[in-house]
Design a protein around this ligand. Structure first.
Ligand code: DGL
Length: 257
């Protein structure tokens, strides 16, 4: 079983990609909706919440845990790996390398939370992969809240996305990296607001990495059955289920963790 967690519903965008790559695997998704958002919290608190999320998943004896949250990955994954040396842990970071390789204007934009953009992990990634390109960084915590409420279109979304699009256009960036797992759910509006600009997200790369790690650990999925997904959350399961059903386009029935 693959354990997955995020502060809320955002990690479902990563889950969606992993299910495409591993349709026969069983997944357990934990959304920490009692504590969302993580993106404005102090590092120590994000580390505590991430450890608590891993502890919940460990009760189900996962083969691997996916930190389906850029914020928790940027701030907590090193500590999680030190504390759980036998557990394979895969994280998600903004795809800066691909963006820096593909830009023709030598300018890219990264959209994420404040915590991700101010983290050491992000600074190191930028230094390693995007030293020679100009990077516009936009913190968009309001997008996290919109997705948490299941609001994916309409005037509020349009206005906020248009404002971001304006700044991105005037920066000259031709590639935008979605550095928060909530943002792919706004993708149709984002793409429509930025014609000619390519929008990248990390979900497919995370799914490929999970396949690599499972294969390396000789834990291939059982081919004889269809995979299952169990949903847990720390907040109101009815609210989680309603939003997750909207985001995934299939009925989700979550339990309180
Ligand atoms: N989905 C998360 C991320 O990828 C965090 C959003 C939040 O809780 O602020 O960064």
């Amino acid at each position: 079983m693959i354990g997955v967690f995020d502060s809320g519903v955002g990690g479902l965008s990563v889950l969606r990609e992993m299910r495409k790559a591993l349709p026969q695997s069983d997944f357990l998704y934990f959304g920490d909706t009692a504590n969302v958002p993580y993106g404005g919290r102090k590092d120590e608190h994000v580390r505590q919440l991430s450890e608590a999320a891993v502890q919940r998943l460990l009760k189900f004896n996962p083969d691997l845990v996916v930190v389906a949250c850029n914020t928790a990955t940027s701030i907590a994954i090193n500590q999680l790996r030190l504390d759980h040396t036998k557990l394979p842990i895969v994280g998600v970071v903004p795809v800066l390398k691909t963006a820096a390789e593909q830009t023709k204007t030598n300018k890219i934009a990264v959209l994420a939370t404040v915590a991700t953009l101010t983290s050491r992990t992000y600074a190191d990634l930028k230094e390693q992969f995007a030293r020679d390109v100009e990077v516009l960084e936009l913190a968009l915590p309001e997008w996290v809240l919109l997705v948490e409420r299941g609001i994916l279109d309409g005037p509020e979304v349009q206005q906020s996305v248009q404002q971001a699009a304006e700044r991105i256009r005037s920066s000259g960036a031709d590639i935008v990296t979605l550095g928060c797992t909530h943002f792919p759910f706004l993708r149709p509006t984002i793409v429509a607001a930025m014609p000619g600009i390519e929008v990248l997200d990390s979900g497919p790369a995370v799914a490929r990495q999970v396949v690599r790690v499972l294969t390396a650990n000789q834990k291939p999925p059982d081919q004889s059955k269809a995979g299952s997904v169990t949903y847990l959350c720390s907040g109101d399961p009815a609210a989680f289920s309603q939003v997750a059903t909207r985001l995934l386009g299939e009925t989700v029935s979550a339990r309180k963790a």
